[in-house]
Every structure is written in structure tokens, then in C-alpha cells.
Design a binder for this molecule. Structure first.
Ligand code: PLP
Length: 394
């Protein structure tokens, strides 16, 4: 079965401009996958966290360490398709030691946030885009695709059930939809059974006291994704493979790692968990093209907002040598990373084995900060939403 990827020449090519035909992968198991929508049964937790304990946890939630009382769950098998949709008490999964995901890492996930508006209601930011990316990830990983309405319904039902956990102010509820191969079988093949779940984690403001510029380490020993690989989808394996490079970044005193392309080791691709943008002295922006990088929803939103304002935004390859020389000549005014967790992080310093360089003197620049404010104001419902990105849960 030919799989139609929504990607540019860069993914299919060995170098920019050199197009290869789409990749063939094993058929996705779809038998019984008829339901477009499912009704979620809500089973409230019998002993939920007390108001007092919840308030204590919400006082300083950090990132990804505390969780709400419930989870959404949907199961898949070939006979019934997706079935058994419910929201229930968050609990351990009993997994047989031979469960496929534990051996061959057939696993995908998403990350999005719910934001509390000043009127007490709750916004989701572009959940349809996460649902679409999740379906693309499932197809690439030969997993049963979940319909986009079911993905969104699962997220919304969980937010409704756990609405008491919505942080105030600049905090948000981080939502983590994921799918694992749950068939008990050691053969190397697409699993015949899957579990889809959504869990939720209240998170504080990513930067206390305003975004601080990050320092990044250029990974020259390790690459993240190659043409024809899984770089454009959100599978756990991509992150496992990035950890060694991230550890190297920490060893060199940096906050994050930035990866170069796997073929020529010159083109800047993305950070371990964020896309990257460059701001030039003529006011234009550039960002690496899609293909082997994750098509970030923040990246896409920034491109749209910048183009709305008449800014020239180019999606084009940019080498590390060019980055260094543009930073030195002053042609490059700012660089920033972007993603759901931090929205926009200015990049102040780049370190590599061949030397360091600063960007905008190591300080946060006005373009990054302006775009960040625009985006955050839309997310919290404080500004108009010209692209219909907000979905009100209530
Ligand atoms: C590798 C990688 N690139 C980019 C992003 C940014 O994507 P998004 O803006 O959809 O959060 C993420 C975060 O999910 C990521 O893990």
C-alpha cells in the first residue's frame, strides 16, 4: 500500500531539490475501524484528590510531575475496531511482559494544552492539528489510525472531568494523548491491538519572570532523523534516540541540543523538542523546511501570524556555517526555538565543538518576544483569533 505523506521534497530527497518516490510501508490494520465517533462513558474516581491536596499540588506544579485524577481510554482490536471509550480513574496499565510496545516501541504520542480564560472557561489550542498529526504518526508507525473526532472528544471529556485541576494565571493543563501496541506477541509485525489514552498534567508558567534565552549545543556526533525515517512523526523512539545528544548538551553546559541533517551534517534541523526560527536584519524570518523534522503546530502558527503581519517567512535549508557567519556579521538579529511547552524560547548562545557564538548579544529579541505575546494572548482568549484556532471546551 502506498502511503501518501504530506511533505515537501526535502523528506523524500537525499538532498534539497532531489525528489524520491513515496515510501512503501506495511498496511495499517483497519478491520473493524468503522466508528468515526464514540460515546465516552464517564466513570468518576471513587476517591479523588481532596481540595486541600489538589490546591497544594497546584501551588507549584512544575512540568509533568503531577497528574489529575482521571484518564481517557479507548481500546482497539481487529474484531471490534476502536471501542470501550471511557474516562475513568487514572491507574496503572497491567501489561504482560510480552506486550509488543515493550519490545519494538510501536508507540506514538501528542502534546497540547488547555488554557483557562479570564471568564473561567477553558480553551484548547488547535486540537484538530494534534489529532491530524497523531493520525499521520499512526500511519507511519503501521498502527490503527484513530479518527480525529474521537481524539478531540477524548481530550475534551478529560478536561471537563478534571476541570478542577486547571491552573490559574499563566499555568495550563498539559494533555498527553498516546497510543501503545498492546498485543501480547513477540513477532516483529504491526500489533493487532492498541490502547489509546489521554492523561493530564497541570503545569506552571514555563519561564518564571519572563522567557530567559537558552543556550544550545550543536550535535555533531548524533543525528535525530534521516530521510525516509520517522523524524516527521511523534513516536517515542525518536526521543529515546535523542537523549544521548541531549545529555551531551548538558555536559557542555547547554540547555538544549540542536540537530543537523543526517546526510551532510550541515543543515540545521530542530532542537530535541522544539522547532527553530531565524530573524534577519531585513525583517524576514526563516525556518528549516518540513521533511525530517516534526511539523510543529507552534511553528505553523508562527508562520501564519508573521505572514498576517506582512513578514517574509521562508521555509528553507540553513547551514550551521551560515548561522555562525550571519550571527557574526550582524545579518542575523535573533534566533528562537518554539513548541507547545515553552511557546517561544529565545536562543542566546550556540556552542559546538568548533566554537561558540552569541545571538543578539545573548539577550531575548523583540521579534521573538512579540510573536510569543501574540500567540499566548490568543491561547488564553485575550486576543482575537483570526484563524479559528481556539476550541472552547466550556
Ligand atoms: C522534536 C520536536 N520538534 C518540535 C516540537 C514542537 O511541536 P509543537 O509546536 O506541535 O509542540 C516538538 C514538541 O512537540 C518536538 O518534540
Amino acid at each position: 500500500m502506498a502511503v501518501s505523506f504530506d511533505h515537501t521534497a526535502r523528506q523524500q530527497a537525499s538532498k534539497p531539490g532531489d525528489v524520491r518516490p513515496p515510501v512503501e510501508i506495511a498496511p495499517v490494520p483497519t478491520a473493524g475501524n468503522k466508528a468515526m465517533t464514540l460515546t465516552f462513558e464517564i466513570r468518576p474516581a471513587t476517591s479523588p484528590t481532596s481540595d486541600e491536596d489538589r490546591a497544594a499540588k497546584l501551588a507549584n506544579p512544575g512540568f509533568g510531575r503531577i497528574f489529575t485524577d482521571h484518564m481517557a481510554l479507548v481500546r482497539y482490536n481487529q474484531a471490534e475496531g476502536w471501542h470501550g471509550a471511557r474516562v475513568e480513574s487514572r491507574a496503572n496499565f497491567p501489561l504482560d511482559p510480552a506486550t509488543a510496545v515493550l519490545h519494538y516501541a510501536q508507540e506514538i504520542f501528542e502534546g497540547l494544552k488547555a488554557y483557562k480564560r479570564e471568564d473561567g472557561g477553558v480553551n484548547l489550542f488547535r486540537p484538530d492539528a494534534n489529532a491530524r498529526r497523531f493520525r499521520n504518526s499512526a500511519e507511519r508507525m503501521a498502527m490503527a489510525p484513530l479518527s480525529e473526532p474521537v481524539f478531540i472528544e477524548a481530550v475534551e471529556q478529560l478536561v471537563r472531568t478534571d476541570r478542577a485541576w486547571m491552573p490559574d494565571g499563566e499555568g495550563s493543563l498539559y494533555l498527553r494523548p498516546f497510543m501503545i501496541a498492546s498485543e501480547v506477541f513477540l513477532g516483529v509485525k504491526p500489533s493487532a491491538e492498541y490502547i489509546f489514552a489521554v492523561i493530564a498534567s497541570p503545569v506552571g508558567s514555563y519561564f518564571k519572570g519572563g522567557p530567559a534565552p537558552v543556550s544550545i549545543w550543536v550535535s555533531e556526533n548524533y543525528t535525530r532523523a534521516a530521510v525516509g525515517g520517522t523524524g516527521a512523526v511523534k513516536c517515542g523512539g525518536n526521543y529515546a534516540a535523542s537523549l544521548r545528544a541531549q545529555a551531551e548538551a548538558i555536559d557542555h553546559g547547554c540547555d538544549q541540543v540542536v540537530f543537523l541533517d543526517a546526510l551532510e551534517r550541515r543543515y540545521v534541523e530542530e532542537l530535541g523538542g522544539m522547532n527553530v526560527f531565524f530573524v534577519f536584519d531585513d525583517g524576514s524570518l526563516a525556518t528549516p523546511p518540513l521533511g525530517t523534522i516534526l511539523p510543529g503546530i507552534t511553528r505553523d502558527s508562527i508562520i501564519a501570524l508573521a505572514r498576517d503581519a506582512g513578514t517574509d517567512v521562508r521555509e528553507e535549508p540553513y547551514t550551521i556555517e551560515q548561522w555562525r557567519s550571519d550571527a557574526k556579521s550582524g545579518r542575523l538579529k535573533e534566533a528562537f526555538a518554539c513548541g507547545t511547552a515553552a511557546v517561544i524560547s529565545p536562543i542566546g548562545k550556540v556552542r559546538s565543538a568548533s566554537g561558540d557564538f552569541l545571538i543578539s548579544g545573548g539577550a531575548a529579541g523583540p521579534v521573538a518576544m512579540g510573536l510569543r505575546k501574540q500567540l499566548v494572548d490568543i491561547q488564553y482568549g485575550r486576543a482575537a483569533d483570526p484563524h479559528d484556532w481556539i476550541r472552547k471546551v466550556f
